[in-house]
Design a protein around this ligand. Sequence first.
Ligand code: NCD
Length: 316
Amino acid sequence: MSFSYPILPEGHLLAIEGLEPPHIQALLDLAESYALLNRQGKTQRDLLRGRTLINLFFEDSTRTRTSFELAGKRLGADVINMSVSQSSVNKGETLLDTASTLNAMNTDILVVRHAQSGAPALLAQKVSAAVINAGDGTHEHPTQALLDALTIRRHKGDLHGLIVAICGDITHSRVARSNIHLLSAMGAEVRLIAPPTLLPTDVDRLGVTVFHDMRKGLAGADVVMMLRLQKERMSGGLVPSAREFFRFYGLDQEKLSFAKPDAIVMHPGPMNRGIEIDSAVADDPSRSVIGEQVEMGVAMRMAVLDVLARDLRRNA
Ligand code: NCD
């Protein structure tokens, strides 16, 4: 596939907000071709040969880090995982000192996860590498929204006109924020279902419809996207108890029956089973696409790395 324009502004992927629909479309199309190649067991080891990709994760991660590692390796990059617990960050080195160290090693692509919103954008200003935001605080997680869109498109076709219900802990969710921007840009109708305590204060500006009653919010939905209750980001008692939360906002077969009969169920992982989602739904192969989201994660990250590598070549 050839592109006559830069797909990612400034040669980084820091957020979905700011991307135009044709850019999103191009990334989805490219990822779809990687999904097919992956299923056929074909790798593309020339594209990033000789390039260095560093996974710089200041927060825990299983699937996102592994998925970037696999994507980088399938494209031939040298991949290094920097685990923060082993790094000098714990010895008091600042984010920017770490950045200049990595810069001096001629890193080509830096994948960053950080508890502070805006940390990847700050790094992008200071390093010569292309920076990918792998989740920053409660701000954005752009590759997750892209892989979610790819998964939805494979089941529902065009995103335009679909009803997508995003449910649970919206306030703390960078996944929700990125998905809201992407799905709205692509013409889907986004509904948020949450208790008032788990909705961000700027919800009015997001162009979504808000529901506090799960059955009403799920009525007629094509896609049901569940979110993890992020207890580690909560300072006070925003939910009464896990049991209470499950009763009102946990997805089980009964609540799911209000959505369209062919509605798909998604979750970015890791799941709190029995808190935001019942195992009977999460493990139902006729409704749950949670495993496919993980598979599409690798394809989507390959597409993002591919596009960034083209920019690196252009700027070389
Ligand atoms: C999400 C994250 O880290 O933002 N997980 C992920 O990337 N798969 C969601 C979460 O932690 O709940």
